[in-house]
Design a protein around this ligand. Structure first.
Ligand code: GGG
Length: 354
């Protein structure tokens, strides 16, 4: 029997509500296949912990997390704690500290999901966005000069290293080759005349090693338009940290909403644990009311199963999500239903068992 140690950081707001449904699904997978076992350890880190201790994560938190096979994270952010403190203190600290340089975000319109777009072939909204997850505009490089003075200047530097660009772009080419899909790079080289010119050059250079992969390159503004007007143009997408964050929210909007947007933060070399999380934040306005949609958190469990090599179970979980959505008996209010978070989780488990 193979046992996987999962560190659970439910975090803030709706995080604990959605994460407990994902844990429920993992336990169901283990029950259905006793060859797979998960050991869960909960950690209380997040904004409440910050309010009590002045830290988002314990001093030895990263050392502790290193011993796990995966991290399952809910959400960070709560009123009273500035967002940049909560993001940098936990989420970005883990992504960077564990070199999770791939952020894999599927944009796939499942059957049963609402799509706001008219006249599109639903089956054509099926892409995977690979967001560079370790540097770019999220490198934390910058300065705040002459604070409070009339000549005040703030700098936020985008960091694009050769190593950082090459590894994410190569990962994207490999995935496109493996899946026999097209690869689209999203950048903005006309305006960002250093970083994005470099990105485009690396994309082209690496492309020479993959003559079998059909490629496209879009400016981010044009890409946003095509996400909405012709999403069928995109299959595998690779882009920078900031653009990836933005286009995947747009992707969520065309694929059923943020309640269905899942994300995996991968360290492909497996030197460090990878982290799985719903894309959405802590939604404090609905926290504690059982209204939160757990499907994004459950979809990220499917990604975790894929990463562990249990692709058949990853697919089974995704199929179970889709079944629940098609049946429409157990859905949260954001999807037009009246069910509670835990009822949707129970319905996914039931669909998985059928
Ligand atoms: N589910 C994790 C979470 O709370 N995400 C909120 C967020 O703002 N994330 C920014 C990012 O993914 O870079």
């Amino acid at each position: 029997m193979k046992s996987h140690k999962i560190a659970v950081i439910a975090g803030d707001g709706i995080g604990p509500e959605v994460i407990s449904e994902g844990v429920k699904v993992l336990k169901a997978v283990s029950k259905l296949n006793p060859e797979i076992n998960f050991e869960f350890t909960d950690f209380p880190w997040g904004c409440e912990y910050y309010v009590k201790t002045g830290k988002m994560i314990a001093d030895d938190g990263m050392e502790t997390l290193k011993k796990f096979d995966a991290i399952y994270l809910g959400a960070v952010g709560y009123p009273g704690v500035p967002d940049h403190i909560s993001l940098w203190g936990l989420l970005l600290k883990i992504r960077k500290g564990f070199d999770q340089y791939i952020n894999l975000r599927p944009v796939k319109l499942l059957n049963g999901a609402e799509c706001p777009l008219k006249n599109v072939d639903r089956s054509q909204i099926d892409m995977v966005v690979i967001r560079e997850n370790s540097e770019g505009e999220y490198a934390g490089a910058g300065d705040w000069l002459f604070k409070g003075k009339p000549e005040e200047v703030v700098l936020q530097t985008g960091v694009f290293s050769r190593k950082g660009c090459e590894r994410v772009i190569r990962y994207a080419y490999e995935l496109a080759r493996k899946e026999g899909k097209t690869l689209t790079s999203i950048s903005k080289a006309n305006a960002l005349n250093y970083s994005m010119v470099f990105w485009d050059e690396v994309f082209e250079e690496i492309g020479k090693e993959y003559p079998d992969v059909k490629t496209y390159s879009y400016l981010v503004d044009a890409a946003c338009m095509f996400f909405v007007k012709q999403p069928e143009r995109f299959q595998i997408v690779v882009t920078s940290n900031l653009f990836g964050d933005i286009v995947t929210d747009l992707g969520a909007a065309i694929a059923g909403g943020l309640g269905l947007a899942a994300g995996a933060n991968l360290n492909p070399e497996r030197t460090f644990p990878s982290m799985f999380e719903p894309v959405h934040g802590s939604a404090p306005d609905i926290a504690g009311q059982g209204k939160a949609n757990p499907l994004a958190a459950i979809w990220s469990v499917s990604q975790m199963l894929d990463f562990f090599g249990y692709e058949n179970w990853g697919k089974a979980v995704l199929d179970a999500i889709e079944k629940v959505m098609v049946e429409k008996k157990f859905l949260t209010p954001d999807m037009g239903g009246t069910s509670k978070t835990n009822e949707v989780g129970d319905a996914v488990v039931k669909a998985l068992e059928e």
